[in-house]
Ligand binder design. Structure first.
Ligand code: ADP
Length: 444
C-alpha cells in the first residue's frame, strides 16, 4: 500500500514503506536530526524579520555579551562551545530577551540554533529562588522533550538551582504534589492533564511558553487543540514563542492562532542544485540486471562514499543481502530500525567506517553527509501516480551551491522506466548521459 510521508523539509514523497501516522515519522526524523547533529547548519540567506511594531528599532547582536545575560548563563553558553550567536539567534535573541517580553514565531531549518535560543530565553527569565513552574515548553514526543531538556541542563549547568521536569506519559506524579521545578517540558496531552486534571501546574504563573516543532505538532492528532487549550489559560503577560522547521500554510495558520501579536523571523534554507552533479543512467532489463550494473560500477563508486537509494524497504533489504553475499561491505539504513539504531548507522557512515549505505527515501533525510560524492538511484523516485518525484530526486543528489563539491549520480533504469528519466532530465533541464556499465572509462 502506498502512503504519503511528509519530509522534514516539508516536501512530500510517496513510499510504500509505512502506514504510520505522518506525525510519528516526522517526529522520528526530527529526533534523528538532533541525534546526528554535529554543528550549526549555515545559510547564506538573510534573516527576514517582520516586527509586530514596524516602528520599533530592530536590534541584532553579534556577541552573547551584548545580551547582558546572567553571568552563570553566559558561562554555560561558553561551556557548550558557542562563540557567537548563530544567524537566527542574532535577530531572535534580542527580541526574546527584550523588556517587556515579546512574542515570536520563528522558522528555520533544523540545526540553525532555534532550540538553543529558546532554552536561553527560558533560563534567562527563570527565577531560581521561586519554586514553582515558570517556563513551559511543549514538544511532540517524549524523546524530543528529553533532547530539549538536555540542552537546558547543559546550558544551565551553572544555574545551580534551576531544575527541569518532564510532563510526559509514564511520568506519574501523585496528585497534590507541590511541583517545585521551574522548567516543565512535555507533550501536550500530559501537560494538559497536569494543568487541568491534576492541578500540578498553575498556568497563570507561567512566564515563558514555548511551542517547539510546530510543524510536527500539527501533524499529530489532537496536539493542536490541546496546545491551544493550554495557551488560552496562560496570563496575557506570558511570553509566547513558536518554532518550526518548515512553514506551510497549515503551520502558519496554527502559529497565528496560538501566538498573539507576534514578531516573525524566517531564515530560508540553502537551495539545492544539480549544477555540480554529473548524472548518468544505465539501461537495464530487470532487477538482476540493475544489480549487475551496480556491481560493475562498484569499484568506481567506492573510491568515495556512496549512498544507494531504493524505493521500498523490501528492495533495500534484498539489495543489501545480495551485495553482502557477494562480499561487498555495505550497511543498511532501514525504517525498521529504531531512531537510535539509525543514528548509529549514520554515524558509522559519517566516520567512514562504512563506504556504502543502502537506504530508502524516508530514512535518508537528515543525512547531510558532505563527504558523499556518489549517489545511486537503484530505483527512480516516483509518486503514487507513477510519475517522477522531482523533489526527492533533487533531494537525493542535489547539493547546495555553497558546498558545491562535484558529485556523481547513477540511475539504474529499467527499459520501461526510461520515459520517467527523460521527464526528470527535462524538468531539471540537465543532461543525464547514458553509460555502458562495462565501460567505466566513459565516466569523465
Ligand atoms: P535547531 O533547534 O534549530 O535544530 P539547535 O539549537 O539544536 O538548532 O542547534 C543546532 C546545533 O548547533 C546544536 O548542536 C547546538 O548545540 C549548536 N549550536 C546552537 N547555537 C550555537 C551557537 N551560537 N554556536 C555554536 N553552536 C551552536
Amino acid at each position: 500500500k502506498s502512503t504519503t510521508v511528509k519530509n522534514v523539509d516539508g516536501s512530500v514523497n510517496n513510499t510504500e514503506e509505512d502506514g504510520e501516522e505522518d506525525g510519528v515519522e516526522l517526529a522520528a526524523n526530527s529526533l534523528l536530526n538532533k541525534l546526528i547533529r554535529q554543528s550549526l547548519v549555515e545559510s547564506s540567506h538573510r534573516v527576514e524579520v517582520l516586527q509586530k511594531d514596524p516602528n520599533s528599532p530592530l536590534y541584532s547582536v553579534k556577541t552573547f555579551e551584548e545580551l547582558r545575560l546572567k553571568e552563570e548563563l553566559l558561562k554555560g553558553i561558553y561551556a557548550m562551545g558557542f562563540n557567537r550567536p548563530s544567524k537566527i539567534q542574532e535577530m531572535a535573541l534580542p527580541m526574546m530577551l527584550a523588556h517587556p517580553p515579546q512574542n515570536l514565531i520563528a522558522q528555520s531549518q533544523s540545526g540553525t540554533g532555534k532550540t538553543a535560543a529558546f532554552v536561553l530565553a527560558m533560563l534567562s527569565r527563570v527565577n531560581a529562588l521561586e519554586l514553582f513552574p515558570q517556563c513551559l515548553c511543549l514538544a511532540p514526543t517524549y524523546e524530543l522533550a528529553l533532547q530539549t531538556g538536555r540542552v537546558v541542563e547543559r546550558m544551565g549547568k551553572f544555574c545551580v538551582d534551576v531544575q527541569v521536569m518532564y510532563a510526559v506519559r509514564g511520568n506519574r506524579i501523585p496528585r497534590g504534589t507541590h511541583v517545585t521545578k521551574q522548567i516543565i517540558i512535555g507533550t501536550p496531552g500530559t501537560v494538559l492533564d497536569w494543568c487541568f486534571k491534576q492541578k500540578l501546574i498553575d498556568l497563570t504563573k507561567i512566564r515563558v511558553f514555548v511551542l517547539d516543532e510546530a510543524d510536527v505538532m500539527i501533524d499529530t492528532q489532537g496536539f493542536s487543540d490541546q496546545s491551544i487549550r493550554i495557551q488560552r489559560a496562560l496570563p496575557s503577560e506570558c511570553q509566547m514563542l513558536l518554532f518550526s522547521a518548515t512553514f506551510e500554510d497549515s503551520v502558519w495558520q496554527f502559529a497565528e492562532r496560538i501566538i498573539p501579536d507576534p514578531n516573525v523571523i524566517k531564515l530560508r534554507k540553502e537551495e539545492l542544485t544539480l549544477n555540480n552533479i554529473r548524472q548518468y543512467y544505465v539501461l537495464c532489463r530487470n532487477r538482476k540486471d540493475k544489480y549487475q550494473a551496480l556491481c560493475n560500477i562498484y569499484g568506481g563508486i567506492t573510491i568515495g562514499q556512496a549512498i544507494i537509494f531504493c524505493q521500498t524497504r523490501q528492495n533495500a533489504k534484498w539489495l543489501t543481502v545480495e551485495m553482502m553475499h557477494d562480499g561487498h561491505q555495505v550497511s543498511l539504513l532501514s525504517g525498521e530500525l529504531t531512531v537510535d539504531q539509525r543514528a548509529s548507522v549514520i554515524q558509522r557512515f559519517r566516520d567512514g567506517k562504512e563506504k556504502v549505505l543502502i537506504t530508502t527515501n524516508v530514512c535518508a533525510r537528515g543525512i547531510d553527509v558532505k563527504q558523499v560524492t556518489i549517489v545511486v538511484n537503484f530505483d527512480l523516485p516516483v509518486n503514487s501516480a507513477e510519475e517522477p518525484d522531482y523533489e526527492t530526486y533533487l533531494h537525493r543528489i542535489g547539493r547546495t551551491g555553497r558546498f558545491g563539491k562535484k558529485g556523481l549520480a547513477f540511475n539504474m533504469i529499467e527499459v520501461d522506466k526510461l520515459a520517467l528519466l527523460m521527464k526528470i532530465q527535462h524538468h531539471f533541464n540537465s543532461n543525464i548521459k547514458q553509460l555502458n556499465p562495462e565501460d567505466m572509462d566513459e565516466i569523465e
